[in-house]
Design a protein around this ligand. Structure first.
Ligand code: FAD
Length: 484
């Protein structure tokens, strides 16, 4: 099979890419999806309490109003929104489900990508758009004895449809963003919940509101929607000043409200100490929650910190570092994703048989987080240093597509067959990012986070304002590229 464009993935990145291809009149594309349903993050993460932590009118595609029912949409509404986009843009006919891409190889002779799917099928394409998501492949760390555990256990990303935790003894491993949503959602119904926390996170209040019907109607009006969207954009963007330029803002808008929230809900001094982080706020993703602390303070919850963590799993439960043997009916792993070292979920081989994993051996890097020298016509969405801790990931994806679209246009309009970023341009870009990164709290904040790779280098986040990234993406520079 052959298509001009191959998109891998069907989440927001893939949807944004596909909409742009159609807008440009490039209709010959396929979207490959490893799961048996399309839509990515919000179709997949169906754990109790799952919701976005960026304001919904901002966490949505630009240019098209949507009548959100609340400020921070829940998973079900986000899944509906994703499906509505797939339907509206008639993308289903382009999607091939259960197509798990195993590898992609650049064919230097024919200037094409050869993509191999798990079932052995090969698909050829001139342009390869990788939209596989940085937070798509869940990780369960290696724990001693885990293989012997006989009670149901699962990652938050693979929450079973039929699991009933009412009246059950449950363990949750992890205390990051997903855990902090699951804990308050299941605490009222379980018999007892044991939370195993490696590090406490900073938690600030979440100003969620349900939108009344009249407001939802207003959201359908484009100028109103856009005005709300842009107010939210700037409200969030100003917070970036704290991450890099004015650390005092982190104290004012982050640390002080977080400490007030902790004091308000946690009376027990031991529990409060366990929940107080020892790193600068912002170094790890800041949690937004009004319900986490009340849940953790409940009688049916026990918090285990790192001194009292998991030593070993056995058939029916966990033995802790303090030697306590605890029996469970279910174990939930809220242990996150391999965002820094596992950015691309399959093997990519470029010119001269160079593997992307080789090029990224020390750390992942790319020009505008999108193009890598020696990998012609390959565009990586959500690539290295495109993540953000303070605003909507969709803003970044919509920036990347502006670069990608112009790059493709430049190939086609010159009747060339391929485009590749130059090594010089890519190196200079990354040197600039490195310098900027040193000033951010993610580098100096004294924490270990999923923003860093195994060597401690921050490869997940963008160390500048998102409007600057948008400007870079818009200003396409042909001189930074080779054509063939
Ligand atoms: C629980 C959770 C909460 C989040 N909350 C926020 C938030 O509040 N704000 C925010 O801005 N961002 C948030 N994110 C990040 C979120 O992932 C992005 O906002 C956005 O949805 C990414 O879209 P994507 O298309 O790049 O990736 P995804 O939505 O992950 O889609 C990737 C798709 O590619 C498919 N795929 C992967 N590998 C292969 C392969 N080898 N072959 C075929 N198909 C493949 C996957 O199955 C998936 O469908 C959250 C992520 C998670 C997991």
């Amino acid at each position: 099979m052959s298509h001009q464009f191959i998109i891998i993935g069907t989440g927001f990145a893939a949807i944004i890419a596909a909409i742009e291809l159609k807008r440009k009149g490039w209709h010959d594309f396929v979207m490959l999806e490893r799961r048996n349903f399309a839509g990515g993050t919000w179709q997949q993460n169906r754990y109790p309490g799952a919701a976005v932590d960026v304001h919904s009118p901002l966490y949505s595609l630009s240019g098209k109003p949507y009548p959100w029912t609340q400020m921070f949409a829940k998973q079900s509404e986000l899944a509906q929104y994703t499906q509505a986009l797939l339907d509206e843009h008639d993308l289903s006919s382009h999607i091939q489900l259960k197509a798990n891409v195993k590898n992609a190889q650049w064919d230097e002779q024919n200037h094409l990508w050869q993509v191999e799917i798990e079932d052995g099928e090969f698909i050829q394409g001139q342009f390869l758009l990788n939209c596989t998501g940085a937070l798509s492949t869940p990780v369960i760390p290696e724990f001693e004895g885990l293989a012997s555990l006989k009670v149901p256990y699962f990652h938050t990303n693979q929450w079973p449809d039929n699991i009933d935790l009412r009246g059950k003894r449950v363990a949750i491993i992890g205390s990051g963003a997903s855990a902090t949503q699951v804990i308050p959602a299941i605490q009222p119904e379980v018999e007892h919940l044991h939370v195993f926390q490696r590090t406490p996170h900073w938690v600030i209040p979440r100003s969620d509101i349900k939108f009344p019907k009249w407001f939802q109607s207003c959201l359908r009006i484009a100028p109103v929607y856009n005005a709300i969207r842009w107010s939210l954009y700037w409200y969030n963007e100003i917070r970036f000043l704290g991450f890099k330029h004015i650390p005092f803002l982190l104290k004012l808008l982050g640390e002080w409200p977080a400490k007030r929230l902790l004091r308000k809900h946690i009376q027990d001094p031991d529990l409060r100490a366990k929940l107080t982080p020892d790193f600068t706020i912002g170094c790890k993703r800041i949690i937004l929650s009004n319900t986490l602390y009340p849940a953790l303070a409940s009688e049916n919850v026990t918090l285990h910190d790192k001194h009292d963590g998991v030593r070993v799993f056995y058939e029916s439960g966990i033995e802790t570092e303090l030697g306590e043997r605890l029996e469970f009916d279910a174990v939930v792993f809220a242990t996150g994703f391999n965002a820094a070292d596992g950015l691309v979920s399959y093997d990519i081989v470029g010119r001269n048989d160079v593997r992307l994993t080789q090029v990224w051996n020390d750390y992942a890097h790319a020009y505008l987080g999108t193009m890598v020298p020696q990998f012609p016509n390959l565009f990586i969405f959500n690539g290295p240093n495109t993540g953000i801790g303070h605003t909507s990931a969709l803003f970044i994806l919509e920036s990347q597509i502006q670069y990608v679209s112009q790059a493709i246009e430049s190939v086609l309009s010159q009747q060339k067959s391929s485009i590749e970023v130059t090594t010089e341009a890519e190196t200079l870009y990354n040197q600039m990012l490195d310098k900027a990164m040193q000033q951010t709290v993610w580098s100096w904040g004294g924490c270990k986070s999923w923003y860093q790779n195994a060597h401690g280098k921050v490869v997940a986040l963008l160390p500048t304002f998102t409007f600057i990234f948008r400007r870079w993406c818009k200003a396409f520079k042909p001189e930074h590229h080779h054509y063939h």
